[in-house]
Each structure stands twice: as C-alpha cells, then as structure tokens.
Write a protein that binds this ligand. Structure first.
Ligand code: ADP
Length: 250
C-alpha cells in the first residue's frame, strides 16, 4: 500500500510538472509569436520595434533557463549516499556562501557541538543548501543576515539532524508557504525564478528519508529546515582521526 501511495504521489508530481512546463512554455511562445508578428508589420516606429525585440529576447532567455533547469532535473543522478558530518560540511561551505551571496549578506553559523552525521548524497546536500541560501539572498535585496544552524532532534524512530537556514528578509505569507515547494511555483520576475529550487530540495530531502519545513513571518524573515535521519556511522574523516589517535577501542 505504501508503495502504491508513493507511486501515486510520483504520478501526481509528474502531472504537475508536465502541466507546469506546458503552461509556462505556451505563455513564452505566445509572447514570442505575438512580438514577432508585430515586428513584421511595415512602418513600425523605432521605439515599438525595440520593445517587441526586447520582449522576444527576454521570453527566449527565460525559456532557455527553464529548459536547462529541466535538464538538470531530468539528469538527476541516483542518490549516492555517503556518511557526512553536516557541521563539517557547513563549516567548509562558508567561503563559497560568502562569495555566492555578496557582501550585503552576512553569513553566520551556529553549529552544535554534538556530532551531526547523516547518510546522504553530498553533492545534492550542498546544492540544497545553496538553493535555500540563494532564495534567502533574494528575499533580502537590501542585505541582511543568513544564519545556518544545526541541531539534533529526537525523531519518531531515530534522531534527526536539522539543518536550518534563516534569513531576515521579506518572509512569506501563508499562501506562499503552502505553495513554495510546488514545482514551477515562483513569485519572482520572469527570467529570475523557475520555481524548481524548493521542489528539488524537497525531493532530495524526502528521498533521503527526511523532510523539508518552512517557517516564515511576512516582513521578518524565513527559516527553511532540512531534516535528515541521523546516522551513527562515523564519517571517513572521523574514522581517520580515531585511527590516528588510537582513541576508538570500543
Ligand atoms: P524560485 O526561487 O525559482 O522562485 P523556489 O522553489 O526556490 O523557486 O521558491 C519558490 C518561491 O518560494 C519563491 O519564488 C518565493 O516566493 C518563495 N521563497 C522561497 N524562499 C524564500 C525566502 N527565503 N524568503 C521569502 N520567500 C521565499
């Protein structure tokens, strides 16, 4: 029954995805076709000519962005889980984040002292954090603080590792939170957002046995939390350290 439910959910997501693509593409094609038609009219004033040409370029570049996101989506490699110390991973990402978010965003970390070990696909976890961080930056056009925190929480069956990214940006109203993880849902301007970021992150988290949570207050900020099942297997680096110090005698 669970397998059936999963299958049904997959089909629903797929339907939503293809419906969304068709809709978006149609809109873009309509813009391109309409503008090209206008351009063919003789005696068009120079300023209108430029407006239509600009509209074509913009719609085409949005379509290109959409296809490249879709290709990335379709090309998604099967997950290759490995043991990751989330604290270490985040500590190793701060430089990348500083560069990606620009100088108006201050990046802070609050990493718990306890081990936060998960088994997940490293590349996907890194890109999930980047995705969420870039959304946070976009919500703080005047700048602000991005805070990445880790925490161990008791889960139903096993401890869960919570990796949360908070911003001091625009926040989301309840209707936006509700739809934020839907494929193709975006409130960003044409060419700026594809609406695939959070749906991808959600897909990754749930495939890894975890979940994605959004808490937000309009005008104050947002916290997005990736929950992943904790692993008691030590990471390769940790094992190495234990071997070197000879501390692991259990
Ligand atoms: P995209 O970033 O391409 O719009 P996402 O799936 O990543 O697609 O996000 C969907 C929508 O959720 C965004 O358009 C925005 O409205 C909202 N959102 C996501 N993260 C944040 C955030 N940190 N603050 C405010 N709104 C956000």
């Amino acid at each position: 029954a669970e397998e059936q439910l999963r299958q049904a959910q997959k089909m629903q997501a797929l339907g939503q995805l293809t419906g969304g693509i068709a809709h978006d593409f149609n809109n873009l094609l309509t813009v391109i076709q309409g503008s090209a038609d206008m351009l063919q009219r003789p005696g068009l004033a120079e300023d209108r000519r430029k407006r239509f040409a600009d509209a074509i370029v913009e719609a085409a570049s949005r379509a290109a962005a959409l296809t490249s996101q879709l290709l990335a989506f379709a090309r998604r490699q099967p997950l290759k889980p490995e043991v990751i110390d989330v604290n270490q991973m985040i500590a190793g990402m701060t430089e990348l984040l500083d560069r990606a978010l620009g100088e108006r965003v201050i990046v802070e970390t609050a990493l718990v002292a306890e081990a936060c070990t998960v088994e997940a696909d490293r590349a996907q976890l890194v890109s999930a954090v980047l995705n969420i961080a870039v959304n946070a930056r976009d919500a703080m056009p005047e700048g602000g603080t991005l805070r990445i925190a880790t925490e161990r929480r008791e889960g139903e069956h096993s401890p869960m590792i919570a990796l949360s990214v908070s911003d001091t940006g625009s926040g989301m109203d309840a209707a936006t939170i509700e739809r934020a993880m839907e494929p193709f849902f975006t409130t960003k301007a044409a060419g700026k957002g594809t609406g695939l970021g959070l749906s991808q992150v959600y897909g990754f988290a749930s495939q890894s046995g975890g979940d994605l949570r959004i808490e937000s207050t309009p005008g104050h900020g947002t916290r997005v939390t990736i929950l992943l099942p904790g692993s008691d297997r030590a990471s390769a680096a940790e094992q190495e350290r234990r071997t070197v110090t000879g501390g692991d005698r259990t």
